[in-house]
Write a protein that binds this ligand. Structure first.
Ligand code: 5AD
Ligand code: SF4
Length: 432
């Protein structure tokens, strides 16, 4: 979402004649689009601002702006920290005001900010062009992100997103399809529909299944992905559409978060482990080759060894293709931070995440090995020019990385590939 939001920002500022440079040292203004989801992301931003200030020094001053979720959450802290010297701050719903905020900060020398959250802003009138979207190092036109909804109403107790990004709101299906048509005309082969809660998409009477179906009718777009859904919104109609529509990739990122019912309840996830596993079974029955991935948090307040053991059991049963595992990190303003002291010691969190990573790594390895011998359709990613390599990366329909030898093909091509080998991290293949 932040990558996409940065594309929106490029688009908004380019209209005001700002020029974008890829070399930070050549910039008059540096903006960091920040994430507040975990402590790690937070610390990275502080580190980065200090590095920029240090390398530029007094001889070559630079304006620094903080965008995104940290802006919403930490406006005061960011401005008060004198070592950071932040010039302006814009939250996720304030990017259209950036030209004004920058003017205020540079012409009038004042610190400027806007972190107001909106119930309506979807940036539906801003279409980043191919250049705004291009990853500058690859000039890629393979995948384009599109946020179809923004915000979250779920209030999982550990999560800061409802506070930093505000309430759910969706773009109209016509508006999304219009953008997808443009992307197709610009040569993009894949679109990834984004939302903090993407399958809660709702515009008037139109739901996410309707939207996906409409998007899949756009000619030239060969693959459609989406992220991230919540397990509560998977009606049969949507799963049946996924199963029958060849353009919709057979991959669902299905965040489990925990495999113990007491913890799930404290997290306000609204499902039990049994319900989650029943959904997994249903998904696999309807979409036989589906790839399932997940997010898991270890060390939520009061989680015992036995309760963590339940998470391991669910992971073994669900057989995810891969998982992002995180240590619980208390976030300011969340229900958990007010109600539940962060009482699982860091050493226990580390022990649990290492154990979980180990179990998942073996499952991922077995899942990857099961593809050996298959013929898969692989969408090639741009050749990584920066890295001088004789390999070409691509993705299977299920989203797995495949490494191919260089050949007479380029980024954006869909090629048939025989999977010849697998590691816990990637597949290897030969075009057929
Ligand atoms: N601590 C640790 N992980 C978190 N996530 C969200 N909030 C927290 C937190 N406070 C994880 C969840 C979510 C993913 C994007 O980040 O697993 O699905
Ligand atoms: Fe956060 Fe839960 Fe909303 Fe996902 S669904 S963004 S974890 S509050």
């Amino acid at each position: 979402m932040n990558e996409y939001d940065s594309e929106l920002v490029r688009s908004i500022l380019k209209k005001e004649n700002y020029e974008f440079v890829t070399d930070e040292r050549a910039a008059d203004i540096v903006m960091l689009n920040t994430c507040a989801i975990r402590e790690h992301a937070h610390r990275k931003v502080y580190g980065r601002v200090h590095t920029i200030r240090h390398t530029r020094g007094k001889a070559s001053p630079v304006m620094i702006g903080i965008l995104g979720c940290m802006a919403t959450n930490l406006r005061q802290e960011l401005f008060e920290d004198r070592t950071l010297k932040i010039d302006f701050i814009a939250g996720p719903d304030s990017y259209k005001r950036l030209p004004q905020l920058i003017r205020e900060a540079s012409d009038e020398g004042q610190k400027s900010y806007d972190v107001t959250l909106s119930e309506f802003e979807t940036y539906s009138d801003i279409y980043p062009d191919a250049q705004d979207r291009a990853n500058p190092s690859t000039a890629s036109r393979v995948n384009a992100w599109i946020a179809v909804m923004r915000g979250c109403n779920n209030f999982c107790t550990f999560c800061v997103v409802p506070y930093t990004r505000g309430r759910e709101r969706s773009r109209s299906p016509e508006n999304v399809v219009d953008e997808v048509r443009r992307l197709s005309a610009e040569g993009f082969k894949q679109v990834t529909l984004l939302g903090q809660n993407v399958n809660s998409y709702r515009h008037d009477d139109y739901d996410f299944a309707y939207l996906m179906d409409e998007v899949s009718k756009v000619e030239g777009i060969e693959r459609i992905r989406f992220t991230s859904p919540h397990p509560k919104d998977f009606p049969d109609r949507f799963l049946d559409l996924m199963a029958s529509n060849p353009k919709i990739c057979k991959h669902i990122h299905l965040p489990l978060q925990a495999g113990n019912n007491r913890i799930l309840d404290m997290m306000n996830r609204t499902y039990t482990k049994e319900e989650f596993l029943t959904l997994v079974e249903k998904v696999r029955a309807k979409i036989p080759n589906v790839a399932l991935t997940t997010d898991i948090i270890v060390g939520f307040p009061t989680e015992t060894d036995e309760e963590f053991e339940d998470t391991l059991q669910v992971v073994k049963k669900a057989q995810f293709d891969s998982a992002f595992n995180f240590k619980y990190s208390e976030r300011q303003g969340t229900v958990a931070s007010k109600k539940y002291p962060d009482d699982v010691p860091e050493a226990i969190k580390t022990e649990r995440i290492m154990c979980l990573n180990e179990v998942q790594k073996e499952i991922t390895y077995q899942k990857n090995r099961a593809h050996i011998g298959e013929i898969q359709s692989v969408l090639l990613e741009p050749y990584p020019e920066a890295k001088n390599t004789n390999q070409m990366p691509g993705r299977t329909d299920g989203g797995k990385l495949v490494i191919l030898p260089l050949g007479p093909y380029k980024g954006g091509d869909l090629v048939k590939v025989r999977i010849t080998d697998a590691t816990p991290h990637a597949l290897k293949g030969q075009p057929v």
